[in-house]
Design a protein around this ligand. Structure first.
Ligand code: NDP
Length: 451
């Protein structure tokens, strides 16, 4: 048999785009991965002939469905629901649900793909998936959100289960939405099982789940800084977003001694040079998660500057934590940040940095933690919520925080193992996370034969 030719990035890219037309976010995430994994595959031909990369970039299945619901005025609305079950080689499908007007197949395929390697890096037995709907919770009453969630779950419930696929939250899906959906799932199935994570404590949730992504991201940054003999302490930090991930990244950065000077939402950002403290953060959490207001109100209350329709990347800082959404940092922003003396960046959001911007950071040899490593803490605690549901016990906060710390330390170790440059102390965390996440999933797929 003729030997399989080596993979060439450009040829692979052309095939990917042809097979998945009109899906730019999916192309972006796969190509960021392929750039580092293709040389590794070519050097390890056992992955080449069975076409592991081609198989890994095709989801196991994609489910698309209609979601119909009535608003408070009895007007009927039609939305589109999705679940992309990406890869279950190392465990049941696992990944969040996003409710946002921008949701489409490209975004969910990119998120599901990223999830594959993130979940692998946690070392927990979790496959990957992602889902959601082009439904915006903003401006909707609780009743409207409830009716949407219940309608959405009528179809989704046919495809998920504690050993099949376990969704969680993401943008637009927090404790309120998970509760509505879990209540409906339980009712439709007539069983109480951990088919969703991110549940409230009264019905099978886990302590520190809501904090885990943000805390984990700050821990990861601390590991990167420690690797270079430094720490977060006394560093000026800029954070984007003011949702779940941003709130708890800020909390942990403050606890580790950093000074956070920005937060944002989709309308603009606030710059508070004195830094957020516990009281100010409590105000943000109430504003964004309870009152569902706009970040501008923070600037009015604490008499600091508000920048409408702007992102915080021009503010001088030592450390950056993009925690809002994809493609927030482009090449021009990255160049500005490097010029301003940025020392390191950890992605709390998924793919907040464009490929061109990542190249700028890597060329400047700035430690850059991609989301699949730095924001894996959330899904890790979701995995532990599944474990607690299975044994019908709840672990203590201390126990879970210790496990979260250990998992983030272990992810850092895997990134160092696969991303350390031959000379010097620089770690290419993008390379490390991609290859580290790839190996376990690829080996499982090899073991299963040609499926
Ligand atoms: P939330 O919905 O709680 O918060 C999202 C935040 O991002 C809000 O401040 C929101 O502003 C802002 N935002 C949303 N869209 C845009 C946009 N287009 N431009 C600027 N700002 C925007 O979501 P999460 O905090 O849960 O998620 C944030 C990111 O982290 C996402 O990329 C998500 O995939 C990722 N992530 C989340 C995990 C989790 O455990 N929740 C786990 C791992 C990754 P506004 O209030 O105006 O909408």
């Amino acid at each position: 048999m003729a030997s399989t030719p080596e993979l060439i990035l450009e040829q692979f890219r052309d095939g990917l785009i042809k097979r998945n037309p009109g899906e730019p976010e999916f192309h972006q995430s796969v190509l960021e991965f392929a750039e580092f994994v293709i040389p590794y595959i070519n050097a390890n031909p056992k992955y080449l002939e069975p076409k592991i990369l081609e198989r890994m970039t095709e989801p196991d299945r994609t489910i698309i469905f209609r979601v119909v619901w009535e608003d408070d005025k009895r007007e009927v609305h039609v939305n589109r629901g999705y679940r992309v079950q990406f890869n279950n080689s190392i465990g049941p499908y696992k990944g969040g649900l996003r409710f946002h007007h921008s949701v489409n197949l490209s975004i969910l395929k990119f998120l599901g793909f990223e999830q594959t390697f993130k979940n692998s890096l946690t070392t927990l037995p979790m496959g990957s998936g992602k889902g959601g709907a082009d439904f915006n919770t903003k401006g909707k009453s609780d009743r409207e959100v409830m009716r949407f969630c219940k309608s959405f779950m009528i179809e989704l419930s046919k495809h998920i289960g504690p050993n099949i696929d376990i969704p969680a939250g993401d943008i637009g899906v927090g404790a309120r939405e998970i509760s509505f959906m879990f209540g409906q799932y339980k009712r439709l199935k007539n069983e109480f099982t951990g088919a969703l994570t991110g549940k409230s404590m009264e019905f099978g949730g886990s302590l520190i789940r809501k904090e885990a992504t943000g805390y984990g991201c700050a821990y990861f940054m601390e590991h990167m800084m420690n690797h270079n003999g430094d720490s977060i302490k006394d560093k000026v930090c800029i954070v984007s977003g003011s949702g779940n991930v941003a709130q708890y990244a800020v909390e942990k950065i403050i606890q580790l001694g950093g000074r956070v000077v920005t937060m944002s939402d989709s309308s603009g950002f606030v710059h508070d040079p004195d830094g957020f403290n516990e009281e100010k953060l409590a105000y943000i959490i109430d504003l964004k998660s309870v009152r569902r207001g706009r970040i501008k109100e923070y600037a009015d209350k604490y008499k600091c500057k508000y920048f409408e329709d702007k992102k915080p990347w021009g503010i001088k800082c030592d450390l950056a934590f993009p925690c809002a959404t994809e493609n927030e940092i482009d090449e021009a922003a990255a160049r500005k940040m490097v010029k301003n003396g940025l020392q390191a960046l950890a992605e709390g959001a998924n793919m907040p940095t464009t490929r061109e911007a990542i190249s700028v950071f890597l060329e400047a040899r700035i430690p850059f933690a991609p989301g699949k490593a730095a924001n894996a803490g959330g899904v890790a605690i979701s995995g532990l919520e599944m474990s607690q549901n299975s044994i019908r016990l709840s672990w203590s906060r201390d126990e879970l925080e210790k496990r979260l710390k250990d998992i983030m330390a272990n992810i850092h170790k895997q990134c160092v193992a696969y991303g350390a440059e031959k000379e010097g102390n620089y770690i290419n965390y993008v390379k490390g996370a991609n290859i580290g996440g790839f190996v376990k999933v690829a080996d499982a797929m090899l073991a299963y034969g040609v499926i």
